[in-house]
Design a protein around this ligand. Structure first.
Ligand SMILES: Nc1ncnc2c1ncn2[C@@H]1O[C@H](COP(=O)(O)OP(=O)(O)OP(=O)(O)O)[C@@H](O)[C@H]1O
Ligand SMILES: [Mg+2]
Length: 235
């Protein structure tokens, strides 16, 4: 099964969640791999995902397309005259999905960021029939941001998104209202909260702290339940 980790923007915590979740799933005995098929601004994200999955496949398979320029992958590719076609990316991810029980795909930028020749993260997610995980920082404005992304997914045939609000180091009083407001606006969408990790990425090398493990257990249980997977308890 393929989960696609997207968000309302760049820099919102997709890699932190994907890498930590990969490590957690490995600890639980799942055969898991994390991919960042398209990356720009260097290869930091792919390397973190590669490490989190125990380097189980080569880095070039975690991330076949990458660009130094810190701009949307579609723009970076165009700049050097490269065409990145959607079917090639889909084929790459699907091949790995046949070898692994769980594939976590981290998108680039936010949901509608341009990835390649006439496709964005939403198009790729749809072509893969992946399950959307929407990451949004849990700060003032998070209700608007979450609703915008979920509305942009509502017109697709994709499974219902799981939204992950990433708690910030400084809590704003507004965040206490978010669970209730989002439950009323998005009753079909599952809502999760993910803690701020003071020691990321060092924490990837140590045992996962209990607060983070609990959050990931909740997320895993909920997403596996949606897929009909019987292993909904912590293994
Ligand atoms: N849960 C978290 N705990 C601690 N730090 C976090 C967390 N989420 C995000 N950060 C901080 O925010 C930065 C950006 O997060 P991250 O790299 O995960 O964003 P992203 O959505 O993957 O960005 P990109 O669009 O570049 O892929 C991280 O380097 C980290 O410093
Ligand atoms: Mg990232």
């Amino acid at each position: 099964m393929i989960f696609y980790i997207t968000g309302n923007d760049t820099g919102v915590g997709k890699t932190v969640l994907t890498a930590t979740w990969t490590r957690y799933l490995r600890d639980r005995g799942h055969r898991v791999v994390a991919l960042k098929p398209l990356a720009s601004g260097g290869r930091t994200d792919p390397r973190l995902l590669w490490e989190s999955a125990g380097r189980i496949i080569p880095l070039d398979e975690v991330n076949p397309w990458w660009f130094r320029a810190p701009i949307a992958p579609a723009a970076a590719a165009r700049r050097i005259g490269l065409r990145i076609e959607l079917p090639r990316v889909v084929q790459h991810v699907q091949r790995l999905a046949q070898q692994f029980e769980i594939v976590l795909v981290e998108g680039a930028g936010g949901l509608l960021s341009p990835l390649g020749t006439n496709f964005d993260n939403r198009d790729l997610m749809q072509a893969l029939q992946a399950r959307p995980i929407v990451v949004v920082p849990n700060r003032l404005g998070a209700v608007n941001q979450t609703r915008l992304v979920c509305e942009a997914l509502a017109g697709t045939q994709l499974p219902r998104p799981h939204c992950v609000l990433v708690n910030q180091p400084h809590h704003h009083p507004a965040i206490r209202t978010h669970a209730e407001l989002l439950a009323s606006y998005l009753p079909q969408n599952a809502l999760h909260f993910f803690p701020w990790l003071r020691t990321f990425p060092d924490s990837l090398r140590r045992a996962i702290p209990p607060a983070i493990r609990n959050a990931l257990t909740g997320l895993t249980t909920a997403v596996l339940k949606d897929t009909g997977d019987p292993r909904t308890h912590e293994g």
